[in-house]
Write a protein that binds this ligand. Structure first.
Ligand code: AMP
Length: 283
């Protein structure tokens, strides 16, 4: 695996590859890689000749009171994992390389729909940071295909919309949620979960599954279901950000006649904010 810290270095090699007609697959990450990330790399490997992964903890998508400074940075072990997973190029720029003109005056990419609900409601500016950095990374890598995890359902929806709206010549693909044996969705932020909390955090996934069963068996009282799930999560000792029964395409609150439904949730442990989601299709 070749490692690049500069845009120009990575571009030189990729230009060469493209001239030879090779297809480029891309997996953007913030590092502290786990099996979920590596599954994205393997998926990229299956349908591309060259696989690029980026590791960049993007300050632009973190709020002022969020965990940018303490986000787990595990560069050496990430490199080992990427090598074993068949990644060809790792792009690992620093902040100056990505934002040479500083963050404040950086041109931005804004997706005006789906970004101020759910995670966007409690993390103002988050998705603007995501769409901006992903656009920059797409311009740098110019991938044929980019792969994102369904774990970040809203992020995937926003990126699909951005790519469509801006005619970005890239195929956006998705990968299923990778989970721990007890069902907890893998996340770089799971390192913030304490030993005492760990046995109980699956309550989020359990609540999403319970709502899915209720909806499938005909219960359309979505707000009632959300309230009950929230209470169960609070009873387990966690804080609630949101539980939402949403339209899978628009992320609006689900309507009675919606058939494609996604149940999304976010909750707080002492030091982590955990998200999860579950999609169902009604007959
Ligand atoms: P992150 O490093 O958290 O920015 O994530 C980088 C990519 O990995 C995003 O497309 C995420 O959706 C994806 N990802 C993170 N966790 C998981 C998981 N448990 N299963 C599948 N994909 C994931």
């Amino acid at each position: 695996m070749k490692v690049f810290h500069t845009v120009s270095g990575l571009r030189d090699d990729l230009n060469n590859d493209r001239q030879q007609g090779l297809r480029v697959g891309f997996v953007p990450t913030m590092g502290n890689l786990h099996e979920g990330h590596l599954a994205l790399i393997k998926q990229a490997r299956e349908s591309n000749d060259v696989v690029v992964c980026s590791i960049f903890v993007n300050a632009l998508q973190f709020g002022l009171n969020e965990d940018w400074d303490k986000y787990p940075r595990t560069y050496q072990s990430d490199c080992d994992k990427l090598r074993e997973s068949g990644c060809d190029y790792l792009f690992h720029p620093d902040d100056i390389e990505m934002y040479p003109n500083g963050l404040d005056t950086q041109s931005r990419v804004i997706c005006p729909t789906m970004t101020d609900v759910l995670c966007g409601a409690s993390r103002p500016g988050h998705f603007e940071g995501v769409t901006t950095v992903v656009s920059k990374l797409f311009n740098i890598v110019q991938p044929d295909e980019a792969i994102f995890g369904i774990k970040d359902y809203q992020q995937l929806a926003v990126i699909r919309r951005m790519a469509e709206d801006l005619c970005m010549p890239v195929q956006i693909s998705s990968a299923p949620i990778h989970r721990e044996p007890d069902g907890l969705a893998m996340s770089s932020r799971n390192v913030y979960i304490t030993e005492d909390e760990r046995p109980h955090v699956t309550v989020l996934k359990d609540c999403l599954e319970w709502i899915a069963e209720q909806v499938k068996s005909g219960n359309k009282d979505f707000s009632g279901l959300e309230l009950q799930a929230k209470q169960r999560i609070m009873d387990a000792g966690f804080g609630i950000d949101y539980i939402s029964v949403s339209n899978s395409k628009t992320l609006d609150l689900a309507a009675d006649d919606d058939l494609d439904i996604t149940i999304l949730g976010a909750m707080f442990t002492e030091a982590a904010r955990l998200i999860d989601n579950l999609s169902i299709v009604l007959e």
